[in-house]
Design a protein around this ligand. Sequence first.
Ligand code: ATP
Length: 234
Amino acid sequence: MLELQQLTVAYGQARALWDISMHVKQGELLCVVGPNGAGKTTLVNTLAGILRPVSGRIVMEGRDITRLAPHRFCEAGIALVPEGRRLFAGMTVAENLDIGSFLPAAKKRRRETLDEVLQLFPALKARLPAPAGELSGGQQQMVAIGRALMARPRLLLLDEPSLGLSPIVVGDMFDAIRKVSAGGITIVLVEQNVSMAMRISHRACVLELGRIVAEGVPEELMKRPEIRQAYLGV
Ligand code: ATP
């Protein structure tokens, strides 16, 4: 579904991703893990069209989208849940969700998509009229994911959805991500919570210093001593 070909991304002179090549299959849940500063956020922001690569290509469903404007990435079926959620705190939950469906095709199906989002996150139903800034961290993360789903993406990019949430809420969040995946949406999940991310993912990529250093099925990656030591502390 998505192919990255020799992608290099830099902030000024400082390279953050070096010659990355990888693919995401249709319907797959791929997690990207790695230490702080590895380039995970840079990767998803590039896939969302927010950052422009210095070189390389991004091919979505057979089409080269590398040089498209950011909003065209949405039209191409890609939605990002950014790190830190980036909600409009003073606007209501309903308004935040509506913003996600700004494209005409998504707007037409707004009611139906909202029902699906509320089925996934029933706790949001009673909070629709509340300012998003008044919600708990977990509920705000639900709104951020809901807003991205309102665009009816075929590829969902999640940047650290579990960050700052309590363990119980993290479990619920991973369940919800698994449900979205089971519903047929392809997902790229960036996570610090490696063991949880590996548990729900079909495939994993390990990024270090802007390069992919390992890739494979989670169960097999988790058997490798260097990965266990670096990411699980065992
Ligand atoms: P974290 O988990 O800490 O968010 P990450 O794996 O997502 O880490 P990135 O945030 O993508 O890593 O950062 C990759 C590299 O790019 C780091 O060396 C970082 O210092 C650098 N970097 C990130 N954002 C910028 C920026 N806006 N300007 C300059 N350098 C940046």
